[in-house]
Design a protein around this ligand. Structure first.
Ligand SMILES: Nc1ncnc2c1ncn2[C@@H]1O[C@H](COP(=O)(O)OP(=O)(O)OP(=O)(O)O)[C@@H](O)[C@H]1O
Ligand code: SF4
Ligand SMILES: [Mg+2]
Length: 429
């Protein structure tokens, strides 16, 4: 524990694993899918589905995963811009210098009184990838950066202008930029303006959603250095979302891998990069080797696309694409339906699926030849061997196919090292 105590006796700075600034617990965000003239709800996109993690004061947590896995939705919930469907977000609003252990019910953002919630909103700011969209093109820099100060009644008039100059100088801009519009800047400079605006209220956490993805590599490096410098000066915490694993490796103390709305691995960045435990993290790392990796080692890529988040695979959500899946990873009736969807000739003849559960159903076809063809296909090499092994019963009679899968293993995040967790039955072996 590294606690510095000021002369007045207050704890000024605490780099302790217990000094949690933000906790997310079993967070869920489901978006309704509406259909028809009456816009009836016919299903839900499970964008974030039971996510838990902590961010400590002054640390950078990297969040990685393929497009659509729920990173931005999660960041919206963390920053209070999106109401979650379930679970909770807790934030320590007691400010810098307050030693704090695990956050409790009193810190839940949806149960805070107005004043405490306003304090939380001031303390969590966002920087987005698309600074063209996030900076009002009709406003001058002085108004963009000064707005939070004005809205919160922190400064006005000349004092506000001087405060804006101070913020601009902290991000490498200056007084000469006060009366310019966003389009008069380069992409890197616009991102500096976004960062200055995020700093205006002196937050403790900044959520950075792909902050450098739209920038040239050299400009990217400048912005990353700026973020590092600001963090050191202000003891800021970052939730850093990016597709770029080399950026995460450079920036993050801890890294979280998400797949289809769930955390599949989290741990100290170095451990996660050197000894990834989840097959998905392994594939992500192999697909994006560092420049100093051996160029003769073939890049492993993932088969197939991300399944529909409106009907995510059960068991381990990665089982439909996992290169090392076993027979107990979560094979289910929907896997048969997904297989059929790739065979248009047979799928067209599927009349109904009468489910007893995710694991057991009778599939009815328009003719018995089709049912028999599916029966044969399921027993052949055209489906993964581990899926075939998971089938307990497979009977065909007339136009009906009866299928029952064995119960899969329970797959949860579990400890595989110090502070390192992975949700895979093979992790740690
Ligand atoms: N407002 C919304 N209404 C319905 N579905 C949504 C909404 N916002 C996001 N989604 C869906 O939720 C899922 C997660 O989206 P999200 O934008 O969080 O992914 P992401 O990981 O940030 O992707 P990217 O890397 O492309 O930015 C996607 O399937 C997306 O289509
Ligand atoms: S539990 Fe592990 S082995 Fe099984 S599908 Fe998931 S990632 Fe692959
Ligand atoms: Mg996103």
């Amino acid at each position: 524990m590294n606690v510095k105590v000021d002369t007045d006796g207050t704890v000024a700075h605490q780099d302790d694993a217990g000094d949690v600034l933000l906790s997310v617990r079993n967070l869920r965000k489901y978006f309704p899918i509406k259909d028809g003239v009456l816009q009836n709800v016919v299903g839900h996109v499970k964008a974030v589905d039971g996510v838990s993690f902590d961010i400590r004061r002054g640390e950078t947590v990297g969040l990685v995963g393929e497009s659509g896995c729920g990173k931005s939705t999660l960041s919206g919930c963390v920053s209070g811009l999106t109401d979650p469907t379930g679970g909770s977000v807790h934030f320590n609003t007691r400010g810098r210098g307050s030693a704090h252990g695990p956050l409790d019910e009193g810190d839940r953002i949806d149960r805070m009184d107005r004043a405490t919630f306003a304090k939380y909103r001031r303390n969590v700011q966002m920087v987005f990838q698309d600074n063209f969209a996030s900076l009002n093109p009709r406003q001058l820099v002085v108004d963009i950066v000064g707005r939070p100060l004005r809205v919160h009644g922190i400064a006005s008039g000349t004092a506000l202008q001087e405060k804006v100059v101070e913020l601009l100088e902290q991000v490498g801009l200056g007084r000469q930029h006060l009366y310019r519009y966003p389009h008069q800047f380069s992409g890197g400079q616009r991102q500096r303006i976004s960062i200055a605006r995020a700093l205006a209220l002196d937050p403790e956490l900044i959520v950075l959603d792909e902050p450098t993805s739209a920038l040239d590599v050299s400009v990217q490096a400048q912005i990353l250095n700026l973020l590092n410098d600001l963090q050191a000066e202000r003891h800021l915490a970052y939730l850093f979302i990016t597709h770029d694993l080399s950026v995460v490796r450079h920036m993050a103390d801890r890294t979280i891998t998400m797949y289809l709305g769930k955390v599949v691995e989290e741990g100290p960045t170095q451990d996660l990069f050197e000894t990834p435990e989840h097959p998905y993290t392994k594939v992500l790392l192999a697909a994006k080797p560092d420049l100093d990796d051996d160029p003769d080692v073939p890049i492993q890529t993932l088969a197939g696309s991300i399944p529909d988040p409106a009907r995510p695979p059960s068991g381990c959500r990665f089982h439909t694409r996992c290169p090392v899946a076993t027979s107990t990873c979560g094979w289910e009736i929907d896997d048969i339906v997904r297989e059929l969807e790739t065979r248009e000739d047979l799928f067209d003849k599927l009349v109904g699926v009468d489910r007893k559960s995710d694991l057991e159903a009778t599939l009815t076809f328009s003719d018995s030849a089709a049912a028999h063809a599916v029966w044969e296909a399921i027993r052949s090499d055209s489906v993964p061997e581990t899926m075939r092994d998971a089938i307990e019963t497979l009977d065909v009679r007339d136009g009906a196919l009866m299928v029952r899968f064995a119960k899969p293993s329970a797959i949860e995040l579990r400890e595989v090292g110090t502070g390192h967790r992975a949700a895979c039955i093979l992790a740690g072996e």
